[in-house]
Write a protein that binds this ligand. Structure first.
Ligand code: AMP
Ligand code: MN
Ligand code: MN
Length: 333
């Protein structure tokens, strides 16, 4: 058994007041992990608050438990004094936003599956073998003896399903399927999870068409990229939440190895998502640009003019693509 896993479980068991936090720009794995840990620890009689320092995309509210996730302001105002800060799915301290404030006064436990994790906690259980952090939370809950019902099983399943692209990506290994099977046998419902994403507003279709209008291809169609400006969102009554999954559409193009989607979520602040198909290391590119992530999915955020950032990022991507493909077995094609 992993030493950090055991110390985290032991210390969680001994603690009474726990603050569970996830990362900024939260995704399904993050929300699932935070809620599964919060609800699990509460079932053991602990006082637990959960926080994410970012707006949660509207479609996750299909699960009413998402309302339990508090803002930074709400947690500050509550006067809660946690002994433990449990940080989930975040690869570095800056990823938790203003919750960094609790770093000095708490015992910090980090549970994550990113290769780019900086091991910034007092105890760090970081294992890149897991397709999702939700599976790691499931192990913590099991070790602590947390009882599962349908709700908890479905919430926990959400992280596994979303981080593996609903069991389609290369991280969908045997453990992913056996963990999912276990949660399904406990009452977890994949169809309830997938419904979150099959609940689109018509405005999102329009936004997608604009993203496709902006699409450009490079290197014999091996790199596909596109962008949306703040104005594109506003003119279509959308926010950046509404473009979740667009980068996956770019990657789905035949022949594309690297897909890049740039999203101006605040004027002059751009989030960039990278996705690759077979060999390109997205985390390397994201790290060069100040972000992080996994080999097949990574991201970063940059400040400045959107069109300047598009140029910069594509230049950097092309350079790395050329130097890495030189040593790649796939170059022959
Ligand atoms: P995204 O493209 O935002 O869906 O993110 C893809 C992956 O990269 C996820 O695992 C994120 O947690 C990670 N990621 C995204 N942005 C950053 C960042 N600025 N720093 C570190 N990791 C990131
Ligand atoms: Mn995440
Ligand atoms: Mn994750």
């Amino acid at each position: 058994m992993n030493r950090d896993f055991l110390s985290i479980v032991t210390k969680l068991n001994e603690s009474k007041h726990i603050l569970v936090v996830g990362h900024i720009m939260p995704d399904g794995d993050d929300i699932s992990s935070v809620l599964s840990a919060k609800i699990g620890l509460e079932r053991l009689g602990k006082e637990v608050l959960a926080g994410i320092d970012w707006r949660i995309p509207w479609y996750f509210y299909e699960f009413e438990e998402v309302n339990q996730i508090m803002t930074f302001e709400q947690i500050k105002e509550s006067g809660f004094k946690p002994e433990v800060l449990l940080i989930l799915d975040a690869s570095s301290l800056d990823r938790i936003g203003r919750f960094q404030e609790y770093f000095e006064t708490t015992n910090v436990f980090v549970v994550d599956h990113h290769a780019t994790n900086t091991l910034f906690g007092d105890h760090n259980w970081v294992d890149t073998k897991f397709g999702s952090t939700a599976q790691m939370v499931m192990r913590i809950n099991n070790e602590l003896g947390v009882p599962y019902d349908e709700n908890l099983a479905t919430l926990n399943l959400m992280g596994i399903a979303t981080d593996t692209g609903f069991f389609k990506y290369s991280n969908a290994d045997e453990t992913v399927f056996s963990d999912a099977t276990k949660l399904v046998s406990l009452g977890g419902k994949v169809y309830l999870v997938s419904r979150i994403f099959e609940n689109k507003r018509i405005e999102q279709f329009k936004l997608l068409s604009i993203m496709i209008d902006h699409l450009k291809l490079e290197f014999d169609n091996k790199i596909a990229y596109s962008f949306l400006s703040k104005a594109d969102y506003e003119n279509n009554n959308c926010s950046e939440d509404d473009s979740g999954g667009f980068v996956g559409e770019l990657r789905s193009l035949k022949g594309v190895e690297l897909a890049i989607f740039l999203s101006e979520y605040v004027t002059d602040e751009v989030h960039i998502s990278f996705r690759s198909k077979d060999w390109f290391d997205c985390s390397k590119l994201a790290t060069i640009l100040g972000g992080g992530g996994h080999q097949r999915a990574a991201g970063c955020s940059l400040k400045g003019d959107l069109h300047v950032i598009v140029e910069e990022v594509i230049r950097e991507a092309k350079t790395l693509f050329l130097t890495s493909s030189r040593s790649s077995v796939n170059l022959a094609e």
